[in-house]
Design a protein around this ligand. Structure first.
Ligand code: FES
Length: 295
């Protein structure tokens, strides 16, 4: 015990939430509970709502917007509901002509595809650290007392399943392409028949607030996905000497550059996904009107 250093194992164990930290260490976990928790509640509401996923007329008299919310993309099937005035039916985005009859009524198109982006976020290294601290305080933050004396790690069920993250990454990369396609289609504005109030087959190119939101959203999702730790390992982590492969070294440093701000992109993209969905939801319900210009 030279120089007054006490070996770790001889130090008295801190009680739960005890700490010598004097900073506001609890703010980070609290914001995670509020932000992530609100997103989870909203996402569940939207998955079970099974409606208002397509912007429809967006409130304008002669042009219909063509925005699909990221929560329902790719759209596996359309759902016919009684409010088709605000939501032209079919949307023109559905892969299947109708919902497969063997699926129970409560299963929405979103429920079948959100497993991939949701699984990617839940198993993300950053989010794991954040929600372990925020939701079950183990530990509540660095150098803050834990509720348990032992360390279980992620080597047993259920947390060992977090290792599936690298496979969700492959799906997340495909989702960037799918959402990019949705952005391209959001430049399309359908003319509306003034007599019937229904969408015609004619369309014009334009840009609306929804187009911009969807474009920003896909950029933020790409910045988050392309900074993934698993992607960095995939690109360069298997090599003993990455400098011998200049292209790999370049891509590795690009991913590292994004990875340095992984937390920032994680939150920005979470917020943009949620807000883009709220925007489309409000248009579909006829509450908001999209501002757009066409050429
Ligand atoms: S580590 Fe966060 S997305 Fe892969």
């Amino acid at each position: 015990m030279a120089d007054g250093v006490v070996p770790l194992k001889l130090r008295p164990r801190r009680g739960f939430l005890q700490t010598m930290r004097t900073d506001a260490w609890w703010i980070g976990p609290l914001l995670t509970v509020l932000g992530f928790g609100a997103f989870l509640v909203w996402a569940n509401v939207r998955v079970f709502e099974n409606d208002h996923y397509y912007s429809g007329h967006g409130g304008t008299a002669n042009l219909a917007t063509n925005y699909l919310t990221p929560f329902y993309s790719p759209l596996l099937f359309d759902v016919a509901k009684s409010d088709a005035v605000q939501r032209p039916f079919p949307s023109g985005h559905a892969i299947l002509s109708e919902k497969p009859p063997f699926l129970p009524g409560f299963v929405s198109a979103a429920a079948l595809i959100l497993i991939f982006p949701a699984g990617f976020r839940f198993t993300c290294y950053y989010y794991r650290g954040a929600y372990y601290k925020a939701f079950w305080g183990d530990p509540a933050n660095c150098s803050v007392g834990e509720p348990r004396s032992g360390y279980l790690g992620e080597r047993t069920l259920p947390l060992v399943l977090q290792n599936i993250h690298r496979y969700f990454l492959y799906a997340a990369l495909i989702f960037i392409l799918i959402l990019s396609w949705d952005v391209l289609t959001a430049f399309k504005f359908y003319e509306v028949d003034q007599a019937t109030g229904l969408r015609t087959g004619n369309w014009r190119i334009g840009v609306g607030v929804g187009t911009v939101l969807m474009a920003v959203n896909v950029v933020l999702i790409a910045l988050y996905t392309l900074g993934c730790h698993s992607l960095r390992h995939l690109i360069g982590g298997k090599r003993d000497c990455i400098s011998a492969k200049p292209l790999s070294a370049k891509m590795y440093s690009c991913v590292t550059c994004l990875n340095n701000r992984h937390m920032l992109w994680a939150w920005c993209s979470l917020f943009s996904v949620g807000f883009t969905d709220v925007y489309v939801w409000m248009l579909a319900r006829g509450v908001w009107t999209d501002f757009h210009v066409t050429f």
